[in-house]
Design a protein around this ligand. Structure first.
Ligand code: GRF
Length: 215
């Protein structure tokens, strides 16, 4: 099987990037990271990539007149590295429609809530404040809305009475680190099919929700 070439876009800590790197190293993921691109020069994620000798690019938003110009440069970099899939891993910018048009169903994101609940920033805090008993994480294709694209898979996480935003975020993150590499592997295996906004993964007979830490 050909390795799926990934462009991973990051802005911060990079723990999901690390989970993907670890999945590749363990042989669980038939993928290779062609490039890691960041809009933040000091992103810890860039250091994680450099430690693995993965090419990195810092694209400074200050050097671009507008979002369209930035996204054009971003698209050119991704094409230069011949990536098959664009993986958003804590990338804190909304991508413009003209960028997304260049990569139809080729951009995925991970979100720390069970979409369509609690989109946007601070999904964990929103879940706590709302008082839900179950939240989790979602991997979805990116469309022009904020966290509105077709859902590929979700993992559930129970909310505890004594949870803080930090404790809940940590438990969700552990599930993110399992889910993201798993979904990328499904895509690498050509098992993910999209009809409208319905995503099916061949070989899965029970859908793609994993009741991970609910009890
Ligand atoms: C994760 O919680 C992810 O769900 C969200 O941003 C955070 C990124 O964390 N999109 P990290 O940089 O991968 O550690």
């Amino acid at each position: 099987m050909n390795l799926l070439k990934l462009a991973v876009l990051v802005s911060g800590r990079g723990s999901n990037l690390q989970a993907i790197i670890d999945g590749i190293k363990k042989g669980d993921l038939s993928a290779t990271i062609s490039v890691v691109i960041s809009n933040c020069q000091n992103a810890l994620a860039l250091n994680r990539a450099r430690e693995e000798n993965i090419p990195t690019v810092f694209l400074d938003p200050k050097n671009f007149f507008c979002r369209e110009d930035y996204d054009l440069a971003l698209a050119e970099k991704i094409k230069e590295y011949e990536a098959d899939l664009v993986v958003l891993a804590g990338f804190m910018r909304v991508l413009s429609p003209s960028f997304l048009d260049k990569f139809p169903l080729k951009v995925i994101n991970i979100h720390p809530a069970l979409l369509p609940s609690f989109p946007g920033t601070h999904g964990q805090k929103q879940a706590l404040e709302y008082g839900v008993k179950v939240t989790g994480c979602t991997v979805h294709f990116v469309d022009q809305g904020v966290d509105t694209g077709p859902i590929i898979a979700q993992r559930a996480v129970s909310v505890h009475d004594d949870d803080t935003e930090k404790s809940l975020a940590e438990r969700i993150l552990r599930e993110e680190h399992k889910l993201y590499p798993q979904v990328i592997q499904w895509i690498a295996e050509g098992r993910v099919k999209v009809t409208g906004r319905i995503v099916r993964v061949s070989g899965m007979n029970q859908g793609t929700v994993t009741d991970s830490s609910c009890y």
